[in-house]
Unconditional design. Sequence first.
Length: 197
Amino acid sequence: MKIAVIDSGIHAGHPHVGALAGAVHFAGSDSADRLGHGTAVAGAIREKLAAAEIFAVKIFDSRLAAPIEVLLQALEWCRDSGMDVVNLSLGTANPAHRDALAEVVRDDPIIVSAAAMLPGSLAGVVGVAADPECPRDQFRYRDGVFLASPYPRPIPGVPPERNLNGLSFAVANMTGFVGRALESCGRREVFTVLRRC
């Protein structure tokens, strides 16, 4: 299972992430995670998919923002590199980006992204919203949107509300569930299997 995390890079060897299968950068001079966001997201995915091959696809360097052209390049790289699932704990609210994103995400791989943004609101994309009431080991499906916990793995001694949390982790948690479903069925059946849960 090849999982691409399009984000700020990933700190390879982090205890919650482990080894990376590969890394590529479309921002900055290397694939190092200077913001920590991509590493935290990858940790949430690794918890659910311990054996997955995780690839860091860096589009953020010094801040969590990137031009649409960079996101499109990263998505094309994921498609051309045979990724199975792409975690996009990010998105754009600019409707002018709809057609370009729709062109890139219409085929493999499976994209998991925020439901209220692009590309998460596009057909064929696993659109996710955060549900603080959803247990971390479950997800829900309602009105065309997948709902997942906005919390990453717990930190001993830290109350959940003091830990990192938000939509980014709901997307990452859902990426883990998508990967699990993909392990048990073919690509064409994934959406059917997920919607039945």
